[in-house]
Design a protein around this ligand. Sequence first.
Ligand code: ARG
Length: 462
Amino acid sequence: MIEKQTWSQRFESALHPAIARFNASIGFDIELIKYDITGSQAHAKMLAHTGIISYEEGEILFTGLEQIRQEYDQGKFQPGIDSEDVHFAVEKRLTEIVGDVGKKLHTARSRNDQVGTDTRLYLRDQIRKIRQQLREFQGVLLDIAEKNVETLIPGYTHLQRAQPVSLAHHLLAYFQMAQRDWERLADVYNRVNISPLGCGALAGTTFPIDRHYTAKLLHFDRVYANSLDGVSDRDFAIEFLCAASIIMVHLSRLSEEVILWASEEFRFVTLKDSCATGSSIMPQKKNPDVPELVRGKTGRVFGHLQAMLVIMKGLPLAYNKDLQEDKEGIFDSVNTVQACLEAMTILLQEGLEFRHQRLATAVTEDFANATDVADYLAARGVPFREAYNIVGKVVKTSIAAGKLLKDLHLEEWQEIHPAFAADIYEAIAPRQVVAARNSYGGTGFVQVREAIINARTQLGRK
Ligand code: ARG
């Protein structure tokens, strides 16, 4: 039987064991313990600072909490289900350690503002870590880009060969996505970093607390201006899950490309043994499990975002127990994003080898230079739409003849249009096709080199 604990004398009998299990969050919110301790220490200091408890009492609470931190770190404190949640667990242990003074800790506070504080402290740490991981991911993309400015790769629209691009340009597209993810998280951080501590259960408190004092101790930028809002807001979590989902979108797109590239149909990359797996039955296989898992795990993060939105929709002010459901989704999203960023960074760093020979062939074996023929004519006075139609015909007849554009004789070109001259071959060579796209942000080598310099600056590299 669960011991009758925690609640006031109003309760006469203990919870039904199944209900106790159902109600408890200790199984997962133990993740918050170090933040709960830090938050409680700040609260204890504030209580002493404002004279709500004595200075000595404040010291005792602070030290007792510190002992719990150590006990937990050493594996000596493992609260069970009788504690319901991490907040009760810590308070109970504190009272065991310091005696009755421990019972003063919860003065002028509720678990509602407490759990909100803990979750924000946790997310702040995790956001910092994810931003750091994004930097490492960007660093690896940049390293590969720097070595591959002049490596060409087919560029696609509709997954049809469109125009060749620099491999560096392709990878820097992901660099830029990660850059926005990094910036977006900084913005999310601003709204995670608001203190709800001192909002009480919902309406504030009768004690002369100092919310700005605890906010400062805990390095919050500001405090919630409205107590009802402070204890029931989970916008910050929704925003975080949204930013996490967008990161996963980006990782998943890259994953999909790696999976395609590693296939026999593309053969653009080889997966190294350290990052690929075999099949239990087909001995020839090497599978791209890492990007597949990243692509698959994306679904759970989207799911957590959706769950959080639905949890919040229709909740009356202020705190409702529904809000306890925020945590597992947040934790799982954090763990998933961190694990995926780590795996993708390693995959890029040491698990992939671009097949340069194959890429070089790939960019010569199609009609991805057709736009350049149209541009060639347009640059010589033929209106672009007309040029476009002419080249359409050229492509059609070439396909019929089983030829590529580079294989047409000069006479054949000139039959099509007198503006064609011998320099057409140079104009449609893959290297030139790429080099010529020198508009800002384009794949032209000059642009890509510029983009690399900018990317280096964004990462703070010299
Ligand atoms: N475990 C609870 C949660 O995660 C803590 C807050 C409980 N507050 C309450 N009024 N029952 O939301």
